[in-house]
Design a protein around this ligand. Structure first.
Ligand code: AMP
Ligand code: MG
Length: 348
């Protein structure tokens, strides 16, 4: 299949770029899958009601079929067509954070979406993205759009159109290319089926942000304890992983350097993932920077791109600095731990 590539300019999206958006939306209406930018990462979209269209997402990505998709809407009120019930605190979250990187999981309305979207669950995950191209595309398609991240399953989520094409060129009908995404990590997923919000996947909107609006919030215990089954099915899979094994190490640059030296003495080629502040201090085969420690949002933005870069380097082992798991750091460490398969190197 030839993958169409529409380059759009965020600033004039509705007027100047309308033909490209129209063409992309028409393909979605025909039951094809199209990649598009959001403020978090690139998504791979299909109309929500048609089984065969949704099935194409799973096929293109190689995604396990028990991992449900997030439904994207272009108007806050459209959540009513998908949800059977929206608790008052969830409505507060919608008012505060939509459009934006917050996904709510709510009881689903029967028949509102294909069973393939919800993977047989009784709930549906919904969000309204904050990106002019995404909103224009969904509006033009005239239907909610189910969209996971537009990467091959297991790979880091795509933050540029090049990442999407590296993974999915020839496997999808097209891609709307608006350059780099903003947040760089996927949305915060919040379970809104109980008495208060419970974070199933940390993201750019933090627990403190949610507490400030809803009064109280918690984080799913499975995110705190590795042995418990996660409530967001996707959280159990290895994700975001570069090809070489990745280890996270807490500690000083000197301690990390000592580990690098040990591996290199064994003849291994070693890559390092480090913040800009410390990157220059390492002596290794490859050092890749991922934002500034003093500005964790920049680490979130650059993390996936940095992880992908290791696949272009001849490295046998990768060692990453750890980041404080607070605020957006909680999302950074969640993704980094998954990329590392929870492999830590403890200081001796
Ligand atoms: P992705 O679209 O690739 O960012 O992944 C979507 C995430 O949302 C995955 O971790 C899913 O397991 C999770 N998710 C989607 N729908 C639901 C739902 N109904 N209940 C719980 N988690 C969900
Ligand atoms: Mg994903």
């Amino acid at each position: 299949m030839e993958t169409k590539h529409w380059v759009v300019d965020n600033s004039g999206i509705i007027h100047q770029q309308y033909p490209q958006i129209k063409e992309a939306a028409a393909l979605i209406q025909q039951g094809e899958v199209v990649a598009f930018p959001t403020e978090t990462v690139y998504g791979l979209g299909a109309q929500v009601k048609r089984d065969s269209a949704v099935e194409k997402i799973f096929q293109a990505k190689g995604r396990p079929s028990d991992n449900p998709l997030i439904v994207h809407i272009a108007d806050r009120t459209h959540v009513d067509e998908l949800a059977r019930l929206i608790p008052p605190y969830a409505q507060l979250l919608i008012n505060a954070f939509w459009p934006g990187p917050l996904t709510i999981v709510v009881p689903k309305k029967e028949g509102a979406v294909s069973e393939r979207v919800t993977a047989g669950l009784d709930t549906v995950a919904v969000r309204m993205p904050d990106h002019p191209a995404a909103l224009a595309l969904i509006k033009e398609a005239g239907v909610p759009v189910a969209a996971p991240s537009a990467n091959r399953s297991g790979k880091p989520s795509p933050t540029t159109a090049e990442h999407v094409l590296d993974d999915l060129n020839g496997r999808i009908a097209g891609i709307v290319d608006a350059g780099e995404t903003g947040v760089g990590l996927e949305s915060t997923v919040v379970d809104c089926t109980g008495d208060y919000p419970v974070i199933l996947r940390p993201g750019g909107i933090t627990q403190a942000d949610i507490e400030a609006v809803a009064g109280h919030a918690d984080t799913n215990t499975a995110l705190k304890k590795a042995e418990e089954a996660p409530k967001a099915p996707g959280m159990k899979y290895t994700h975001y992983a570069p090809e070489a094994p990745l280890y996270i190490m807490e500690g000083t640059s000197a301690a990390i350097q000592k580990k690098i030296d040990e591996w290199r003495a064994e003849g291994k080629k070693v890559g390092v993932l480090a913040a800009e502040e410390s990157a220059a201090s390492y002596k290794a085969d490859t050092v890749i920077e991922c934002g500034r420690r003093s500005d964790l949002a920049s680490v979130a933005r650059e993390l996936y791109s940095a992880l992908r870069l290791f696949n272009e380097q001849p490295v046998d082992m990768i060692i990453s600095e750890a980041f404080p798991a607070e605020g957006v750091g909680a999302a950074i460490m969640n993704r980094l731990e998954k990329a590392a398969g929870h492999k830590w190197i403890k200081m001796r």
